[in-house]
Design a protein around this ligand. Sequence first.
Ligand SMILES: [Zn+2]
Length: 102
Amino acid sequence: MGGLFTLLIYAGLFYLFMRFGCGAHMTHGHHHGHEKPKDKEIFIDPVCGKQVADDEGYGELVDKKLFRFCSKTCLEKFDENKAELSKKPNTLLVNEGQQHEA
Ligand SMILES: [Zn+2]
């Protein structure tokens, strides 16, 4: 029995294994083990209520609480009425698990 023939059998088995074995799971649905944490905190603009990403818009720290604003206009409005608007929540908790219920 030649070494090449053995190698071909292994290659064939490996192919079948990837196609119908463990490899197939990657394309058919998700396992629960790989899920990210369900709750994710995102910043919301307290003036207009828009979601603001960490790397966009403007930020201002009030009483150790970071507020983020979608635009300079919102930041200015916030400054005009800071006492009132700083009571609003600066972040929103989104449950990513809700998006794919069975
Ligand atoms: Zn805004």
